[in-house]
Design a protein around this ligand. Structure first.
Ligand SMILES: C[S@@+](CC[C@H](N)C(=O)[O-])C[C@H]1O[C@@H](n2cnc3c(N)ncnc32)[C@H](O)[C@@H]1O
Length: 399
């Protein structure tokens, strides 16, 4: 439920009474969020503009930045309820009003209306639009952190507002390190974050690390390491022993990975570029390979609602081809007995079961392997975990 909002009068351009955060004037919020929305386009997504504008402005306090982000995301969550002819300010006021009404009484919104307006028309051919899924999409996302095991007892005391994950999928020994944070401080500015005590990482992403379950001393390849979210988790699970090859085609992301690894004191990795092609970055054979592939990100649409209106069926098709190619190129680098983990933060059939089916059919040398003690294919549903949607599949190389 949304908290901290109050009924307020509105600016001259916004027509209706609107719910506002308690600590920011209505006109300031509407005006700042409007400035951001007016810069958003298919080429400049909302999350990108928010990062650019708010990241650059040191004068706005963290809690106000959070309110502005929430207002912008509410706008895209309720976009197809808004009057196209109205001004951005007026539309934003209506979106905040709808958000507040939904937070107070979600059952007041018919599921058929949510199915028709909260997601693009094409989505229903790619996943089941259940009641739970659609209602969860229209709420604010949870914030998850991953704390290094040695600080698991101390961090909740120093940060406050931390609750361990209740998901049975988180291994028993790790329950105290996967925390939900519900406080208001800017976590990036805390000394604990700066010292690498914890990372902000969605629960579903943490479950990918637990599904990989690398052991100290093993050799792993994180093929699409990006900025290193999963690499750092693998490193911690390996107790900094053994080696992780962390590759990505984007050198900027690799540079960020190196900085983050320094902060987290993760040393057992080697960062390299790999463009996803048949020429692999090393001849090493691996105990485990993680393909955390680029995807449509449909599983993140609660967190980033603007993406609902920019992602297309063509993107899904194109990404599914890339995902299969990445798996095909990476698989020969497995040792006999080695495990291959495929993860995507999407739930479209094309990028999940269809990719897994096609890959399985092409690789008789691999057998399906359980994921987190479940079957070999796990759909992490956002409304069940209060986290991103994620698909994880695993195989083991025979012999
Ligand atoms: C889902 S993100 C990875 C997130 C990262 N593993 C983490 O946990 O922070 C996918 C990554 O794949 C990379 N990528 C996209 N296409 C690629 C390709 N053809 N070959 C290799 N990496 C690719 C992107 O640069 C992006 O960093």
């Amino acid at each position: 439920m949304t908290t901290g909002w109050r009924i307020s009068s509105v600016t001259s351009t916004a027509r209706t009474c609107v719910l506002m955060p308690a600590h920011m004037s209505d006109s300031a919020l509407i005006n700042r969020a409007t400035l951001i929305i007016d810069q958003v386009s298919a080429d400049s997504p909302a999350d990108y503009v928010l990062r650019g504008v708010l990241g650059a402005d040191k004068s706005i306090p963290a809690h106000e930045k959070r309110d502005i982000s929430r207002a912008v995301f509410s706008y895209y969550r309720w976009l197809h309820w808004l009057d196209k002819a109205a001004s951005t300010q007026s539309r934003l006021a209506s979106a905040l009003d709808l958000q507040s009404k939904f937070d107070q009484a979600p059952s007041g919104f018919k599921i058929e209306t949510l199915a028709a307006r909260a997601v693009p028309e094409w989505l229903k051919s790619e996943l089941d639009l259940t009641d739970g899924y659609l209602r969860h999409l229209q709420t604010d996302p949870a914030l998850w952190i991953r704390v290094q095991k040695e600080f698991a007892a101390a961090l909740p005391r120093s940060l406050g507002n931390c609750t361990p994950s209740a998901s049975f999928l988180v291994p028993e020994a790790r329950r105290s390190t996967t925390l939900r944070y519900s406080g208001n401080i800017d976590l990036f500015k805390t000394p604990e974050f700066q010292q690498g005590v914890f990372e902000i990482q969605d629960l579903s992403s943490q479950l990918v690390g637990y599904a990989a379950d690398p052991k100290p001393g093993e050799t792993w390849w994180d093929t699409c390491a990006g900025e290193g979210g999963k690499t750092l988790h693998l490193s911690e699970l390996m107790e900094n022993k053994g080696l992780i090859w962390a590759s990505d085609r984007n050198t900027g992301r690799i540079a960020t990975l190196r900085k983050r690894a320094g902060r987290a004191q993760a040393f057992n990795y080697r960062a390299v570029t790999w463009n996803g092609g048949p020429f692999l970055p090393t001849k090493t054979k691996f105990d485990g390979i993680l393909v955390d592939a680029p995807c449509s990100g449909v599983g993140t649409w609660q967190r980033n609602p603007h993406a609902r209106w920019t992602t297309t069926p063509d993107d899904v098709k194109e990404l599914a081809d890339i995902q299969l190619q990445l798996l095909n190129h990476a698989a020969p680098a497995l040792k006999p007995g080695g495990r291959l983990i495929y993860a995507v933060c999407t739930l479209t059939r094309s990028e999940t079961t269809k990719v897994a089916d096609a890959f399985t059919a092409e690789h008789p040398e691999l057998s399906s392997d359980p994921v987190l003690g479940q079957g070999p294919r796990l759909h992490l549903l956002p409304h069940e975990l209060d986290a991103n949607g994620m698909f994880i599949a695993a195989w083991k190389k025979r012999g």
